[in-house]
Design a protein around this ligand. Structure first.
Ligand code: 13P
Length: 262
Protein backbone atom coordinates (compact mmCIF):
# COMPACT_ATOMS: atom_id res chain seq x y z
CA UNK A 1 0.00 0.00 0.00
CA UNK A 2 1.40 3.42 -0.88
CA UNK A 3 1.22 5.95 1.91
CA UNK A 4 0.31 9.43 0.68
CA UNK A 5 2.42 10.89 3.49
CA UNK A 6 6.10 11.57 2.90
CA UNK A 7 8.86 10.08 4.99
CA UNK A 8 10.86 12.71 6.86
CA UNK A 9 14.45 12.11 7.87
CA UNK A 10 15.62 15.02 9.99
CA UNK A 11 19.10 15.74 11.32
CA UNK A 12 18.95 17.77 14.51
CA UNK A 13 22.58 18.74 14.93
CA UNK A 14 21.82 20.56 18.19
CA UNK A 15 24.71 22.83 19.30
CA UNK A 16 27.34 21.13 17.15
CA UNK A 17 29.38 22.16 14.05
CA UNK A 18 30.76 25.56 13.14
CA UNK A 19 29.39 27.08 9.90
CA UNK A 20 32.49 25.74 8.13
CA UNK A 21 31.98 22.21 9.45
CA UNK A 22 28.29 22.35 8.60
CA UNK A 23 29.11 23.44 5.06
CA UNK A 24 31.60 20.61 4.60
CA UNK A 25 29.08 18.09 5.91
CA UNK A 26 26.45 19.39 3.48
CA UNK A 27 28.88 19.23 0.58
CA UNK A 28 29.69 15.59 1.34
CA UNK A 29 26.06 14.68 1.89
CA UNK A 30 25.03 16.30 -1.40
CA UNK A 31 27.39 14.00 -3.27
CA UNK A 32 25.89 10.90 -1.66
CA UNK A 33 22.13 11.45 -1.44
CA UNK A 34 19.80 11.47 -4.43
CA UNK A 35 16.70 13.65 -4.26
CA UNK A 36 13.55 11.59 -3.79
CA UNK A 37 9.87 12.36 -4.17
CA UNK A 38 8.88 10.27 -1.15
CA UNK A 39 11.67 11.12 1.28
CA UNK A 40 12.22 14.60 2.65
CA UNK A 41 15.67 15.02 4.14
CA UNK A 42 15.89 18.02 6.47
CA UNK A 43 18.95 19.48 8.19
CA UNK A 44 18.58 21.51 11.37
CA UNK A 45 21.88 23.31 12.02
CA UNK A 46 22.57 26.04 14.57
CA UNK A 47 21.00 29.40 13.71
CA UNK A 48 24.41 30.82 12.74
CA UNK A 49 24.72 28.25 9.92
CA UNK A 50 21.27 28.71 8.42
CA UNK A 51 22.11 31.59 6.11
CA UNK A 52 25.31 30.16 4.60
CA UNK A 53 23.77 26.69 4.22
CA UNK A 54 20.70 28.18 2.56
CA UNK A 55 22.96 29.57 -0.17
CA UNK A 56 24.71 26.23 -0.61
CA UNK A 57 21.79 23.84 -0.39
CA UNK A 58 19.90 22.37 -3.31
CA UNK A 59 16.34 22.69 -2.02
CA UNK A 60 15.12 19.87 -4.24
CA UNK A 61 17.54 17.60 -2.42
CA UNK A 62 17.41 18.89 1.16
CA UNK A 63 15.50 21.42 3.22
CA UNK A 64 16.62 23.37 6.26
CA UNK A 65 14.97 23.65 9.65
CA UNK A 66 15.55 26.11 12.47
CA UNK A 67 16.22 24.53 15.86
CA UNK A 68 14.80 27.50 17.70
CA UNK A 69 13.59 31.10 17.32
CA UNK A 70 11.66 33.70 19.27
CA UNK A 71 7.96 34.03 18.53
CA UNK A 72 7.69 37.81 18.19
CA UNK A 73 8.37 39.06 14.68
CA UNK A 74 10.61 41.99 15.69
CA UNK A 75 11.38 44.29 18.62
CA UNK A 76 13.51 44.85 21.69
CA UNK A 77 14.42 41.25 22.54
CA UNK A 78 18.20 41.29 22.95
CA UNK A 79 19.92 38.17 21.75
CA UNK A 80 16.87 36.59 20.14
CA UNK A 81 16.25 35.68 16.50
CA UNK A 82 12.75 35.94 15.05
CA UNK A 83 11.41 33.39 12.64
CA UNK A 84 10.58 36.36 10.38
CA UNK A 85 14.37 37.01 10.17
CA UNK A 86 15.26 33.48 9.11
CA UNK A 87 12.17 32.36 7.26
CA UNK A 88 13.77 32.80 3.84
CA UNK A 89 16.47 30.28 4.84
CA UNK A 90 14.22 27.53 6.21
CA UNK A 91 11.12 25.54 5.34
CA UNK A 92 10.72 23.96 8.78
CA UNK A 93 11.32 24.82 12.43
CA UNK A 94 11.61 22.53 15.43
CA UNK A 95 9.39 23.76 18.27
CA UNK A 96 9.05 22.48 21.82
CA UNK A 97 12.07 20.20 21.83
CA UNK A 98 12.54 18.76 25.33
CA UNK A 99 15.96 20.42 25.59
CA UNK A 100 14.18 23.77 25.13
CA UNK A 101 11.43 22.81 27.56
CA UNK A 102 13.63 21.49 30.34
CA UNK A 103 17.02 23.21 29.99
CA UNK A 104 15.70 26.61 28.90
CA UNK A 105 12.37 26.45 30.75
CA UNK A 106 10.23 27.10 27.71
CA UNK A 107 6.61 27.19 28.73
CA UNK A 108 3.56 25.81 26.95
CA UNK A 109 2.67 29.42 26.14
CA UNK A 110 6.07 29.99 24.47
CA UNK A 111 5.60 26.81 22.50
CA UNK A 112 2.12 27.53 21.25
CA UNK A 113 3.19 31.09 20.33
CA UNK A 114 6.13 29.64 18.41
CA UNK A 115 3.91 27.20 16.52
CA UNK A 116 1.67 30.12 15.54
CA UNK A 117 4.65 32.35 14.62
CA UNK A 118 6.08 29.67 12.35
CA UNK A 119 2.78 29.21 10.55
CA UNK A 120 2.28 32.98 10.25
CA UNK A 121 5.71 33.20 8.61
CA UNK A 122 5.14 30.36 6.17
CA UNK A 123 7.39 27.88 8.00
CA UNK A 124 6.23 24.36 8.95
CA UNK A 125 6.54 23.81 12.70
CA UNK A 126 7.71 20.39 13.88
CA UNK A 127 6.06 20.25 17.29
CA UNK A 128 7.97 17.95 19.66
CA UNK A 129 6.08 16.31 22.48
CA UNK A 130 6.92 13.49 24.85
CA UNK A 131 6.80 12.39 28.44
CA UNK A 132 9.67 12.43 30.94
CA UNK A 133 10.94 9.31 32.69
CA UNK A 134 9.12 10.36 35.85
CA UNK A 135 5.83 10.88 34.04
CA UNK A 136 6.15 7.43 32.49
CA UNK A 137 6.99 5.89 35.86
CA UNK A 138 3.94 7.55 37.40
CA UNK A 139 1.63 6.26 34.67
CA UNK A 140 1.18 9.79 33.29
CA UNK A 141 2.47 9.14 29.77
CA UNK A 142 -0.88 9.59 28.04
CA UNK A 143 -1.87 12.68 29.97
CA UNK A 144 1.54 14.31 29.39
CA UNK A 145 1.46 13.69 25.64
CA UNK A 146 -2.14 14.76 25.41
CA UNK A 147 -1.59 17.99 27.37
CA UNK A 148 1.47 18.98 25.33
CA UNK A 149 -0.38 18.31 22.09
CA UNK A 150 -3.37 20.30 23.25
CA UNK A 151 -1.31 23.26 24.48
CA UNK A 152 1.03 23.29 21.48
CA UNK A 153 -1.85 23.43 19.02
CA UNK A 154 -4.02 25.91 20.95
CA UNK A 155 -3.56 28.63 18.34
CA UNK A 156 -3.78 26.38 15.29
CA UNK A 157 -6.99 26.64 13.29
CA UNK A 158 -8.57 23.89 11.20
CA UNK A 159 -7.26 25.73 8.15
CA UNK A 160 -3.64 25.59 9.35
CA UNK A 161 -3.35 22.20 11.00
CA UNK A 162 -2.15 20.60 7.76
CA UNK A 163 0.93 22.85 8.04
CA UNK A 164 2.06 21.16 11.27
CA UNK A 165 4.22 18.07 11.83
CA UNK A 166 4.24 16.29 15.18
CA UNK A 167 7.33 14.55 16.58
CA UNK A 168 6.98 12.12 19.44
CA UNK A 169 10.22 12.26 21.43
CA UNK A 170 10.00 10.59 24.83
CA UNK A 171 12.48 12.55 26.93
CA UNK A 172 13.94 9.41 28.54
CA UNK A 173 14.84 8.00 25.12
CA UNK A 174 16.94 10.96 23.96
CA UNK A 175 20.61 10.00 23.97
CA UNK A 176 21.75 13.10 25.87
CA UNK A 177 19.78 11.96 28.93
CA UNK A 178 21.40 9.93 31.63
CA UNK A 179 20.29 6.29 31.40
CA UNK A 180 18.65 6.91 28.01
CA UNK A 181 17.18 3.81 26.50
CA UNK A 182 15.55 3.48 23.11
CA UNK A 183 11.76 3.37 23.12
CA UNK A 184 10.03 0.14 22.24
CA UNK A 185 8.10 0.09 18.97
CA UNK A 186 4.93 -0.80 20.90
CA UNK A 187 5.23 2.35 23.03
CA UNK A 188 5.75 4.50 19.96
CA UNK A 189 2.81 2.87 18.18
CA UNK A 190 0.63 3.61 21.19
CA UNK A 191 1.71 7.27 21.37
CA UNK A 192 1.15 7.66 17.65
CA UNK A 193 -2.36 6.28 17.98
CA UNK A 194 -3.14 8.59 20.87
CA UNK A 195 -1.92 11.61 18.91
CA UNK A 196 -4.01 10.72 15.84
CA UNK A 197 -7.10 10.10 17.98
CA UNK A 198 -6.75 13.49 19.65
CA UNK A 199 -6.18 15.23 16.30
CA UNK A 200 -9.23 13.43 14.97
CA UNK A 201 -11.41 14.62 17.84
CA UNK A 202 -10.36 18.25 17.37
CA UNK A 203 -9.78 18.53 13.64
CA UNK A 204 -11.57 15.53 12.12
CA UNK A 205 -10.67 12.09 10.85
CA UNK A 206 -9.23 13.14 7.51
CA UNK A 207 -6.80 15.54 9.17
CA UNK A 208 -5.73 12.85 11.61
CA UNK A 209 -4.96 10.54 8.70
CA UNK A 210 -3.01 13.21 6.83
CA UNK A 211 -0.89 14.62 9.65
CA UNK A 212 2.72 13.43 9.78
CA UNK A 213 4.00 11.95 13.02
CA UNK A 214 7.71 11.35 13.53
CA UNK A 215 9.71 9.55 16.18
CA UNK A 216 12.93 10.75 17.82
CA UNK A 217 15.14 9.28 20.56
CA UNK A 218 18.41 7.32 20.25
CA UNK A 219 17.77 6.36 16.63
CA UNK A 220 20.82 5.03 14.83
CA UNK A 221 21.65 3.24 11.60
CA UNK A 222 20.90 -0.16 13.18
CA UNK A 223 17.55 0.73 14.72
CA UNK A 224 16.11 3.09 12.08
CA UNK A 225 14.37 0.38 10.07
CA UNK A 226 12.48 -0.94 13.08
CA UNK A 227 11.12 2.52 13.83
CA UNK A 228 10.27 3.37 10.23
CA UNK A 229 8.25 0.16 9.97
CA UNK A 230 5.88 1.16 12.78
CA UNK A 231 2.52 1.86 11.13
CA UNK A 232 1.67 5.54 11.35
CA UNK A 233 5.26 6.69 11.94
CA UNK A 234 6.29 8.94 9.07
CA UNK A 235 9.93 9.56 9.80
CA UNK A 236 12.68 10.18 12.27
CA UNK A 237 14.23 13.08 14.14
CA UNK A 238 17.84 12.14 14.71
CA UNK A 239 20.32 13.76 17.07
CA UNK A 240 23.62 12.02 17.76
CA UNK A 241 23.61 9.67 14.78
CA UNK A 242 23.03 12.57 12.40
CA UNK A 243 26.42 14.06 13.32
CA UNK A 244 28.16 11.23 11.50
CA UNK A 245 27.69 11.40 7.74
CA UNK A 246 27.91 7.62 7.26
CA UNK A 247 25.20 6.88 9.84
CA UNK A 248 22.90 9.59 8.54
CA UNK A 249 23.30 8.43 4.91
CA UNK A 250 22.67 4.87 5.97
CA UNK A 251 19.40 5.93 7.69
CA UNK A 252 18.31 7.78 4.52
CA UNK A 253 19.06 4.65 2.45
CA UNK A 254 17.06 2.53 4.90
CA UNK A 255 14.10 4.89 4.56
CA UNK A 256 14.32 4.66 0.77
CA UNK A 257 14.43 0.88 0.88
CA UNK A 258 11.32 0.75 3.08
CA UNK A 259 9.43 3.17 0.81
CA UNK A 260 10.36 1.12 -2.25
CA UNK A 261 8.95 -2.02 -0.66
CA UNK A 262 5.56 -0.39 -0.05
P1 13P B 1 19.28 11.51 19.88
O1 13P B 1 19.05 10.87 18.52
O2 13P B 1 20.70 11.90 20.09
O3 13P B 1 18.70 10.67 20.96
O4 13P B 1 18.47 12.87 19.88
C1 13P B 1 17.14 12.86 19.52
C2 13P B 1 16.64 14.24 19.43
O5 13P B 1 16.61 14.95 20.44
C3 13P B 1 16.24 14.73 18.11
O6 13P B 1 15.60 15.93 18.19
Amino acid sequence: MTSPRKTYIIANWKMNFTPGQASLYLQRLSNRVQASRDIQVILAPSTISLQPLSLQINRRQFKLAAQNFYWRDFGAFTGETAISQIRSFVDYAIVGHSERRYIFNESEKDICEKVAAAIRNGVTPILCIGETALERKNGETKSAISAQLHEGLLNVSAEDIDKVIIAYEPVWAISSNKNAKPAKPADIAEAQELIRKQISRVYGKETSENISILYGGSVNADTAAGYLEIPGIDGLLIGNASLVGDSFCSIIETAKGIRNER
